[in-house]
Design a binder for this molecule. Structure first.
Ligand code: SF4
Ligand SMILES: [Zn+2]
Length: 301
């Protein structure tokens, strides 16, 4: 499966291709908001390289400068993508003239020797994307159950820096058990605490996935995804930080996703996507009657 989006690639807007690889999925499988791995095949004999080449050939056009590989887990986990297969994929992309590739991983699979092997003599810029979610260890442990600490993230970030690999960090907007106001503060504080470490910060506003603790709380009326206003506030407050700031909300305006009101959902989503291309905070100026409701919610706690 593949899809496209437009993003900032090495300083210029370009077309990016995302390919989902059918690996066995994440080994951790315990984050409170995630059930991505439910769709992962259990078959370990799938020819991942063959599928990658097939998807790439079907999707490729000359406008594509960046490729993002998703596995619903960690590309760098050898149980998901074995080392030979990963090396073949990187060499293939380099030969095709792709300038940048993004690989997702949990920090425990980021190993210096393996990354050196992967990089080989290729010109391809590698970006490793890690789901840090928050820089607050209490939130990582109790709200998200992430299974690693902020310090763990910092220590593998040193390896990426040493090797000239780009560091992309996902930060969650509104983990469970946080009020709207606490969630805004957490996202802004987390971004500030990795300002000198990450090259790209991608904010992920929560969507309610099936069969998760978040879905259980949401069904009981004890959790709701963030307001669009909260996302705008976080983007405004972080727009001037050193890393590129991006946010591509999923299911915006739907019941399981982040939202404002029916009359402004589409416009707010458009502004968030536009901001992600140029980080100009002026794009985020907007008003709608539902802002009062959001402000009232912030005053309660
Ligand atoms: S969020 Fe990432 S690390 Fe956590 S269970 Fe899902 S795939 Fe695994
Ligand atoms: Zn509105």
């Amino acid at each position: 499966m593949f899809f496209y989006n437009r993003e900032n690639v090495q300083g210029k807007e370009a077309k990016a291709l995302s390919i989902i690889l059918p690996t066995v999925g994440c080994r951790w499988r315990r984050c409170n908001m995630c059930s991505y791995f439910d769709d992962s095949p259990s078959d370990t004999s799938i020819d991942i390289f063959g599928i990658f080449v097939q998807e790439f050939d079907n999707a490729y056009d000359e406008e594509i400068k960046k490729v993002k590989l998703f596995t619903s887990g960690s590309f760098l986990d050898p149980k998901e993508v074995d080392h030979d297969c990963a090396k073949k994929i990187i060499s293939f992309l380099s030969e095709k003239g792709i300038s940048e590739v993004t690989l997702e991983s949990r920090p425990e699979y980021v190993e210096e020797d393996y990354l050196k092997e992967l990089m080989g003599n290729n010109d391809l810029q590698i970006e490793v994307a890690m789901g840090l979610e928050s820089s607050n260890n209490k939130i990582l442990k109790h709200s998200i159950n992430k299974g690693f600490t902020f310090e763990g993230f910092l220590s593998v970030s040193e390896i990426l820096k040493k090797l000239g690999i780009k560091n992309k960090a996902y930060l969650m907007i509104k983990p469970p058990f946080l009020t709207e106001k606490e969630a805004i503060h957490d996202a802004i504080n987390s971004a500030k605490s990795i300002e000198k470490i990450a090259d790209v910060i991608s904010f992920n506003p929560m969507t309610v996935h099936k069969n998760t603790l978040v879905e259980y709380l949401w069904n009981k009326g004890e959790y709701s995804p963030p307001w669009g206003w909260s996302i705008l506030e976080i983007l405004k407050e972080t727009a001037n930080l050193r890393p590129d700031i991006i946010c591509h909300p999923v299911a915006f305006g739907r019941s399981r996703g982040p939202k404002n009101c029916k009359s402004c959902n589409r416009e707010i989503e458009k502004k968030i996507l536009e901001f992600s291309l140029n980080n100009d905070p002026k794009i985020l100026d907007y008003d709608c009657d539902c802002k009062n409701e959001w402000e009232e919610e912030l005053m309660k706690f």
